[in-house]
Every structure is written in C-alpha cells, then in structure tokens.
Design a protein around this ligand. Structure first.
Ligand code: DGJ
Length: 706
C-alpha cells in the first residue's frame, strides 16, 4: 500500500484537490473550500459493488486499461505489438505556486508520462501530458489524451457545430449514458468542430448552475469526448487524432499533447466566460500590443475582391481615412497571377501589371493619411496554376499515386519540406522587411485531405510546422500584428492566439447572423480578438439587407472594421460609418477591457449583450431584436455586474431611425434617460423598448459621482 498525499491547487473561486499515491486522482474540482483538508477526503472513498472488480479503481488523469478502468485510455500504443497496456506509477512530484508536475513511469513498458496541471488566478486550469519512450525499440503512439473527471451532477452539455459562414453555433443536449464525442479530421481547427464544450448541472444558464468549460488548444485534427461510464462516473477527454504511424518515438524521444484549458464556475456561463476572457487577456495573448488601442480596419475584400487598381485603392484609402479608419488592409488579389481564385497561390511576388509602381507609394500614402498598412497572405496554399507549382510539383501535401479533391481550386504545401518552409518564410520576410507593413491577415482557405510527407501521415506535424512558421515570422518581425483567418472562422483557438492578435470569425458580415456567431464565440473569447466589420447594406453572403444602425451596432462589439468599397457608398451610409467608428472609438477602452455579460432576456427574439467596466464605473448594453417580438410587451431587461449601491445615469446612445414611428409610445427612459441604482438594474430592471426585427439599440450606464 503506497502512502497517499493530498495537495491542492487554488484559484480565486475554485480549487482542485488532488490525491497522489501510485497515481494522481482529482478528488474535487469545483468551488474553493479553504481550510484544512486533511482527513476530510475520507468522505469521498467509494464503495465496491458486487459484479465488478474486487477493488475500487480510480478515474485517473490518464485512464489505464491495465489498472482496470474500462474507459477510453489516456495512452494507447505499442512496441512492435508489445507494451500496449501501460500502467504508470508516480516516481516524482514537483509542486509549484499554482501548479504541479507529476512524473510517472511504467518500467515494464519503458514509458514515462509527465503530467502538468496549472490553475491560475483567473480560475483557468490547464493540463497536458508528455509521453517519453525510455526503452530501446520504437514506440508507436496511437492515442495520448488529456482526461479530466467530472462529477455525476454534470448532466447537460453545450457543444458547437457550424460551417463556412455559419460558425460558432451552439446546441444544448442532455449528457446521457454513452456520452458525447466529436471528431475533427479537417486538418485545421475547423468551422464544423470548434474544439470546446461546456458541461453543467441540468438547466445551467448564463447566470446560474455549475459549469465546467473546456477548450482544447490545437489547430488540427482532434477528438473531444465526454464519457458517461456504465458506473455513472463522467470524464472529459481531449486528444489530437494521430493518423496511422504518425507518432513513433525512438528511445529518448517524447510527444507532448496540446494544452487542455478548463474552468469551473458555480455561477453559470457568464462567470465561466469571465475566467476565460481574463486568461486570454493576461496569459494567452502575446504581450507586445497589449496597451495599444485596436485600430479600426478597412479591409478591401468585399469592396473590390480581385479587381485591384492602385489609383482606385488609394481613393478607397482617402475615403477610409476621412471616415476615421486607422488601418487599411489590401486583401487577396495583389500578387502575381491572382486574378481570381483559380491561380497564383504560392507566387508571393507583387503583380507588376496591377501595381506597376510597386506597393511603396500606396503604403506611404496610407501612412500619410494616418493609417497603418496591412497585407493578406495565404502562405500554406498553392494553386496548380502557379509558377511555384510548375517549379516544385513535389511540394504538395499529398499521397503519391492518389488524386485528391481541391478546395477553392487549391492544394496545401507540405510544410515539413524544409525547402518549401524556407521559401514561404523568405517571401513573407521579404515583404515585411521591404515595406512598412504593420499587419498581416494570414488566411487558410481549404481543408487538408492527404496530409503526407514522403507517404507517411503528417497531419500533426503539418500543424506544428504552421506554428513554427508563424513563430519564425513573429520572431523576425515582432512589430507586425497577425490575424488568423481560415475562410472566416476555420482556425480559431487558444494555441493560434498565442502567436496572433485577432481572428476573423466569419465571412458572413450579415448583422443578424453575426449576432449569433459573435455570441457563440463570446463564451471563450473577449470582444477585442473578434474581427467585426460593417459590410455593405446588401450582405454578400446572405443577400439580406440591413440598416446601417443594425450593422454598425453589431460590429461595435468586437474589433471593429469596415468591409466594403467606401468610394461607391452613398452619403447617408458614409455618415453611418463615421458615426459608428466614432462611437467605437469612444467605447473601445471599455469594450476591450470590461466584463462581457450575455444578459438573459424574457424573450428569445431579443439578444442582450453588455460590457461592464472592471471598476463598475460604466457599462454599455446592446439590445438586439433578432426576430419579431413574441408578445406585444417584452418585459424587462435586468443588467448584472454594476455596483449595487451606486447610482447610474442611463441614456440611449443609439437607436433605429424609425424608433418613434413604430409604436404609439416608447418607454420614457429611452427618451429622457433615468437614474437607477446598480441593485435596481440587476434585480428590477428596465422596461424593454419595442423594436422592429433586425434592429438594435445601444444603452449606456454611467456611475453618478456620489
Ligand atoms: C477568405 C477570407 O475569410 C476572406 O475574408 C478573404 O480574405 C478571402 N479568403 C480572400 O481570398
């Protein structure tokens, strides 16, 4: 019998109680208990029922078949058919201020498992494993998973689904026997299987319930499971899907899982998001531009697509600067052979027919106009109709002897090919060294079908090499900010965000659709990393039309930009862009630092979104009317997060132009404002106005000095 030791990891509100003996077992991951725990853990000893193994078997951080736990294993592999059911025994534990590193060995199988667990002051837990082969002979790794236990009261799930122009859709379902599983084999984070989910007590919602949120920080293939074991125990598991033969360890070699991030709250989804947002702001995001206000963008894509004329682009830039834009980005279409989406990818040389005088005069003028300059790249991709492919047909990520389907008429480059990797770096480096480029939009427009390097599976390494390419660019050009885009929201995760600064959540700029997409993304990401652009009134992806007010207010709640051709816009629209740019600039410090609240509404036809300042001095609330109100009167909205005793002046900052015309009488507070206590706002609330479907209103709360 091995002596057992209990250690704890503590955040602000949560605690992990870990028992360490032969193996590590999480006994409690939930509310912080404090005080002396010794002796109390006895209350958690399990009975041993008839009809099962004669001993109690723990649910460990890496379930082991050889120990008698019949769950999806933490490690699965073999050494030429041997050593396939490892059982690890702890040999060393190192406890730091807020984390623990546990080293366990299986001396028979010749494997070492190193487990890291960290719980930070934002209540975000992160964990990963490293598996090392410590014996002669190659160890073939089939699975290496991160596993975290959940209590039996975790009975409901919120998961994600989606597709191109329809990202971050959430769905609720009961967590029943058999559990839940999602697999992503698309070679990028994907629109379809965003790698996160939330498990909670029945009916958990924005304001209440125990919730455990999980985010797997990996931009490639993954599997997420929430298992309900036949004995009622539950666990969440996340792993990279390794393709056959992909991870083979020689003696002394290791493989490390991505980080699995997780957070518990006993106050529902808003509080869980506050943990993740704080963690993203203080831990995940690169440090370099933290104190810089995020500049308002104009991105050329939906304005001109591939139709580039430098004179015209300069007139767009002039207009953009007049409207208050702070960063001007030339999207796809600027390089050699790129007149449509069928050719040119790979040829990262300026198209001299389109830009006979080069990029320099454009960048200089953009800078003179007071804007930063940004440029689009899609480094990992290649068209067969390109000089690069004609010279290096062998650079394709493909399995020789097979055809593969194209995606947007393009193929992927094998980043494990050093020559290809260095070519791509050299091209990016050339542009970033030659010109004053402050920002790149790094796109990835197709899924990966045959990830092979010299015939061997290479999906995992392709993702690793992508990170290395971005890291190399950043190391060489630390002043350049990067946006992660993959046909909209196909590569959005914490691991990318460690080396980039912003995401393009969707190619869908329809304000109604964006309300749902941005809400889904808001569970794990703060607004400042969400690119939100005002598109043309006639939305390109849905063909719907929306007023400038609805489009402007929807784009306000992120990192704002404009995605259209300002030269062709009418005066009224231009005035609208100016107005929302100005509003965004005024509210930006609050929006990009405060706490996001998804405010519950009495009617699903509304969506209410608030940001409250960390010092509770002010708040801004967006009431979005998604569909026709269900009833004639829509009840009240109650705003959480303000200081209970303080008095707030409530004013409407923006409302639809037809606001008064659509009813006999709107709530008086929306006209003359009012003063309310924080407690009143939270518990009693304000009468909802009547709004047309697909319109919105912006309300400000300012603390009255006492
Ligand atoms: C997909 C991106 O999501 C768009 O914003 C745009 O950059 C195009 N690619 C360009 O090809």
């Amino acid at each position: 019998m091995v002596d057992k030791k209990v250690i704890t990891l503590s955040g602000q509100q949560t605690q992990i109680v870990l028992e360490l003996g032969e193996y590590a077992e999480i006994l409690h991951w939930g509310k912080k208990i404090g005080g002396e725990l010794a002796g109390q853990t006895l209350s958690l000893s399990r009975p041993v029922p008839y009809g099962r193994l004669d001993t109690d078997v723990a649910m460990t951080l890496s379930p082991e078949l050889g120990r008698g736990i019949f769950s999806s294993p933490g490690v699965e592999g073999h050494r030429d058919g041997q050593d396939w059911a490892p059982v690890f025994v702890i040999r060393q534990v190192e406890q730091g201020r807020n984390g623990v590193l546990i080293e366990s060995d299986d001396c028979v199988a010749g494997l070492r498992l190193t487990t890291e667990l960290l719980l930070d002051e934002h209540d975000v837990l992160q964990t990963r494993h490293t598996l090392t082969n410590i014996k002669t002979g190659v160890y073939q790794v089939n699975h290496l998973a991160n596993t975290l236990p959940l209590p039996a009261r975790a009975k409901e799930l919120m998961t994600y689904y989606g597709r191109w122009v329809h990202e971050f859709q959430t769905v609720r379902q009961p967590l029943l026997q058999g559990g839940y599983q999602q697999e992503n084999r698309r070679g990028r984070t994907s629109h379809e299987h965003y790698p996160a989910l939330v498990v909670g007590t029945p009916h958990f919602d924005e304001m209440s319930g125990d919730v455990w949120g999980f985010h797997f920080a990996w931009s490639g293939n993954h599997r997420l499971r929430v298992d309900v074991k036949a004995d009622g125990r539950r666990a969440m598991q996340a792993e990279v899907i390794y393709l056959p033969g992909e991870v083979a360890l020689n003696e002394g070699e290791s493989v490390t899982t991505p980080w699995l991030y997780a957070s518990y709250s006993d106050m529902g989804l808003n509080d869980m998001s506050h943990h993740f947002h704080a963690h993203v702001r203080h831990v995940i995001l690169p440090n370099d531009f933290k104190n810089k206000p995020r500049p308002i963008h104009l991105n050329t894509w939906e304005g001109i697509y591939f139709d580039h004329d430098p004179h015209y682009i300069l007139s767009m830039a002039e207009q953009a600067a007049q409207m208050g834009v702070e960063r001007f980005i030339i999207d796809d279409g600027w390089f050699k052979g790129r007149n449509g989406d069928k050719a040119g990818l790979g040829d990262w040389f300026l198209c001299e027919e389109k830009y006979p005088n080069g990029l320099q005069p454009i960048i200089e003028r953009v800078n003179q106009l007071g804007m930063e300059f940004g440029l689009w790249f899609e480094p990992e991709m290649i068209n067969k109709d390109s000089d690069l492919f004609r010279t290096h047909p062998d650079w394709l990520l493909a399995i020789e002897g097979y055809e593969q389907p194209t995606g947007r008429h393009q193929y992927v480059i094998d980043l494990q090919n050093d020559e290809a990797f260095h070519y791509l770096f050299e091209r990016l480096d050339h542009f970033l060294s030659t010109y004053h480029i402050a920002y790149i939009k790094w796109d990835m427009n197709r899924e990966v079908v045959q990830p092979a390097h010299f015939g061997r599976a290479a999906a995992h390494q392709q993702t690793v090499r992508y990170y290395q390419l971005v890291d190399k660019v950043r190391a060489e050009h630390p002043h350049v900010e990067i946006e992660s885009c993959a046909a909209g929201g196909g590569r959005i995760d914490f691991e990318v965000l460690k080396r980039t600064h912003r995401f393009w959540p969707s190619d869908n700029n329809d304000a109604l659709e964006r309300q749902t997409i941005q809400r889904g993304m808001s569970y794990f990401f703060p607004p400042e990393v969400m690119g939100c652009h005002i598109g043309a009134s006639h939305c390109h992806s849905t063909r719907r039309r929306h007023s400038i007010e609805f489009r402007g207010l929807t784009a306000l709640f992120g990192h704002m930009g404009i995605e259209l051709d300002p030269v062709k816009e009418e005066q009224a629209e231009k005035q609208g862009f100016e107005r929302y740019i100005e509003l965004h600039k005024m509210l930006r410090p609050l929006l990009h630092s405060g706490k996001t609240w998804r405010v519950p509404s009495d009617d699903d036809a509304h969506q209410i979104h608030a940001v409250v300042a960390n010092d509770q001095s002010e708040a801004v609330v967006l009431i979005a009317q998604l569909a026709m109100p269900t009833n004639s009167l829509s009840g009240h909205f109650r705003l959480p997060g303000l200081a209970a005793e303080a008095i707030y002046r409530v004013t409407v900052l923006d409302k639809p132009s037809n606001y008064q015309e659509i009813v006999s009488y709107q709530p008086p507070w929306t006209e003359s404002g009012c003063e309310l206590s924080g407690a009143w706002c939270e518990s009693v609330g304000l009468t909802m106005p009547i709004l047309d479907a697909e319109s919105a209103m912006l309300v400000r709360f300012e603390r009255v000095p006492s």
